[in-house]
Design a binder for this molecule. Sequence first.
Ligand SMILES: *[C@@H]1O[C@H](CO)[C@@H](O)[C@H](O)[C@H]1NC(C)=O
Ligand SMILES: *[C@@H]1O[C@H](CO)[C@@H](O)[C@H](O)[C@H]1NC(C)=O
Ligand SMILES: *[C@@H]1O[C@H](CO)[C@@H](O)[C@H](O)[C@H]1NC(C)=O
Ligand SMILES: *[C@@H]1O[C@H](CO)[C@@H](O)[C@H](O)[C@H]1NC(C)=O
Ligand SMILES: *[C@@H]1O[C@H](CO)[C@@H](O)[C@H](O)[C@H]1NC(C)=O
Ligand SMILES: *[C@@H]1O[C@H](CO)[C@@H](O)[C@H](O)[C@H]1NC(C)=O
Length: 480
Amino acid sequence: MKIAFHLFVHFSLLVFVSCYGGNGYDPLENVLKIQRSRRSISNHENNEDVTVQNSYTPVYVGPQDGLKEADKISELPGQPAGTNFDQYSGYVTVDPNHGRALFYYLAESPVNSSTNPLVLWLNGGPGCSSFGNGAMMELGPFRVNPDNTTLSPNKYAWNNVANVLFLESPAGVGFSYSNTSTDYQTGDIQTAKDSYTFLVNWLERFPEYKTRDFYITGESYAGHYIPQLAQLILQNNEITNQTVINLKGIAIGNAYIDDETANTGMFDYFWSHAIISDEIHEGIVSNCNFTEGGTKTVECDEYEGQAKAAKSNIFFYDIYAPLCSSSSNGTPSISEFDPCTENYIYSYLNTPAVQQSLHAKPIQWESCSGLIGLFWKDAPFTVLPVIQDLMASGISVWLYSGDTDGRVPVTSSRYAINKLQTSVKTPWYPWMYQGEVGGYVVGYQNLTFVTIRGAGHFVPSYQPARGLAFFSSFLEGKLP
Ligand SMILES: *[C@@H]1O[C@H](CO)[C@@H](O)[C@H](O)[C@H]1NC(C)=O
Ligand SMILES: *[C@@H]1O[C@H](CO)[C@@H](O)[C@H](O)[C@H]1NC(C)=O
Ligand SMILES: *[C@@H]1O[C@H](CO)[C@@H](O)[C@H](O)[C@H]1NC(C)=O
Ligand SMILES: *[C@@H]1O[C@H](CO)[C@@H](O)[C@H](O)[C@H]1NC(C)=O
Ligand SMILES: *[C@@H]1O[C@H](CO)[C@@H](O)[C@H](O)[C@H]1NC(C)=O
Ligand SMILES: *[C@@H]1O[C@H](CO)[C@@H](O)[C@H](O)[C@H]1NC(C)=O
């Protein structure tokens, strides 16, 4: 295994310089295939629960003195004049013996930074960078221009209403790394533990945030990370003699939270959005058993293959969006998302001067690491039981969904919510933004579900204004 792993490390660097949707690249699909085949070999082997611990062992806390000042970004290359908020980035060591360190980027609020909440943002994949995708493409304060070297302000950035902390997680993703290469064989459990250790250390580095209201947000496969981390925080808060983290709520976008509904909802969405034929849809419905332990027949594989072929020429993270092609000449427009943005980010973040300004190690930065996904060790079939625990804990639990995403579509979220068996408190209604329907919202007991109309998988990229409106409501704790 070890030799194969090292060979793979080598090989992967050549092959997996990939980004979301580029040439049909789909990080989630790769991992799911692997998980599925593992489950059919050894069912339930990996069902260790991240929070099942009988006794609390304090997490590693390293010396943090002077590191906050060292992490302050004086200026990002190409940054627009008049930038009026503080930015920090750097590494937090989570395991000194292995030499494992996680990279973060903090964008503070221009106004009310000292009272605004602290919000952690996590991208999924597994293997995708929260800095390159989350901050630079979605909700961060800047967008990279088509010249690959200058930045434009994003006027709908989420740091307008919160101090936003982007974490590259786990090690091996983005700028995060480990000096022990076997650490790149990781999974849900280690990811939650490392993220928790990161937070405890980061709060020593930035003690002014220790008692601040804290929220966790993110999307896609962070549908696993967020509930698992939230549960670990709540559990440790009860027993720790270290920092108690003031967790107030979570919001997960286009959330990958349950394997069965992720599949059924996706194929139903393909059918209802005129991507696949009646025959393919019926073939999938009658031949595929997506429940836990359900077997995949040859017929099912055949129909799934046909469905994948049918959607292969569209960007299924935002089904009506244009593709990035040599003929599309990019415009750095916020309202009309430039489909080539990933290329500009890739080039910008691999510029030595940019990596230096970020205090990052000089590395080949990738949007998503295929290696991390390929060796993913553990992922429960569903995290709905964890979400149920969180719903009963009293923190606010929101799911939101861009309704033009085909990857983890709104149908999947609705089917998953049905499985949670909660009851409607505020019936479904359209929420308005600037005289238009921004999306729809339904309030359940202990759970809120919000759609963002006309947004794909990366909600703040495609509908920045509606995305910020939804996010502000979430922080205020009231329905939009
Ligand atoms: C990883 O190794 C390098 C080179 O020895 C060292 O400078 C760095 O501090 C190590 N990283 C961590 C997190 O210990
Ligand atoms: C800053 O906080 C004050 C007091 O809570 C509030 O009135 C004001 O609207 C806030 N400004 C912004 C830009 O959030
Ligand atoms: C926390 O508890 C551990 C034992 O569980 C102990 O070793 C450590 O010194 C304690 N830390 C503080 C700050 O009290
Ligand atoms: C799907 O598989 C599960 C688990 O093996 C089984 O209990 C269920 O009956 C199957 N459903 C159908 C419709 O065959
Ligand atoms: C920007 O970077 C991409 C590669 O990510 C490259 O294809 C493109 O030509 C670059 N654009 C400019 C203006 O240099
Ligand atoms: C909602 O939370 C309360 C306690 O906070 C709990 O008793 C109840 O079972 C929860 N309901 C659901 C559907 O999660």
